[in-house]
Design a protein around this ligand. Structure first.
Ligand code: ZN
Length: 260
């Protein structure tokens, strides 16, 4: 199977730009079916595999996304690097709606998810101090700057359980520790790391969460996402040919993991 770059599209990212579809893969995994068929094709001449995280009909809310099946199926489709364009709320005055954050750290405030592929008898402690691929992040920063978009090269993402949004008290607390807030990064990025895959979160700021001005709602999130999606598409098209074949140390972070 050809090595591919995987794109897991979050809310509002169902159309991966100038994607040319070649084949649909209906994959079964030991963890059940992924969110949908894996769409194989080309984006700017690069082999990619696209998967809508919430399903083609947006039927999987954040706490019900089949994360294990999704990452497993991507691996089976030959994916070595995953890029995740997603919508996030901002906890930071300087991260404005319409801007993009290349996330480089996360804090996990989810509550009811399965976090690993490894449930014994061998114990595996994943090394994840730096959870995201530095090489891919750097390329997106470079392309974002070149295209003249407001791109933040660093940012901490707090992942909450959802599907509800935060209370004001929660949001104010998170502001002390993180820049953006979302519901889907965990466990997705750590499962990818367990599989030895690179992972990069391309987070589009859609709102100021609930700490500022108006309470956030889903319609507002989708509206901002729609108005700014062209930025993500252009960054993908420009960065993908430069990411293909790049070397980094992500795969070795999973060394010592029991075979899956
Ligand atoms: Zn990497």
């Amino acid at each position: 199977m050809t090595s591919r770059i995987g794109i897991i599209g979050g809310s509002g990212v169902y159309d991966p730009g100038q994607f040319v579809l070649e084949k649909r893969l209906d994959i079964d995994t030991p963890y059940g079916k992924p969110s949908g068929n894996i769409l194989l094709g080309k984006l700017n001449e690069v082999d990619v595999a696209f998967l809508p995280r919430h399903g083609e009909d947006h039927q999987y809310p954040p706490h019900k996304v089949p994360y294990h099946a999704n990452i497993w199926a991507m691996k089976e489709a030959g994916v070595e690097s995953i890029i995740s364009p997603c919508a996030v709320g901002s906890l930071n005055e300087h991260h404005k709606p319409g801007e993009i954050v290349i996330v480089d750290q996360f804090i996990d405030f989810t509550k009811t998810r399965e976090y690993t592929y490894h449930h014994g008898p061998e114990t595996f402690h994943l090394s994840i101090a730096d959870p995201f691929c530095p090489a891919i992040g750097q390329e997106f920063r470079r392309q974002g700057d070149r295209l003249g978009f407001d791109v933040h090269g660093h940012g901490t993402y707090v992942c909450i359980e959802g599907p509800r949004f935060s209370t004001k008290a929660e949001s104010r607390m998170f502001q002390d520790y993180a820049d953006v807030i979302g519901m889907t990064l965990v466990p997705e990025c750590q499962l990818a790391r367990e599989m030895g895959m690179c992972y990069c979160s391309l987070a589009m700021v859609t709102d100021y969460d609930v700490w500022k001005d108006h309470p956030v709602n889903f319609e507002m999130v989708m509206e901002t996402m729609k108005a700014n999606l062209h930025k993500v598409s252009q960054m993908l098209e420009n960065a993908l040919p430069r990411i293909e074949g790049r070397k980094c140390g992500c795969a070795s972070s999973a060394d010592g993991a029991p075979e899956v």
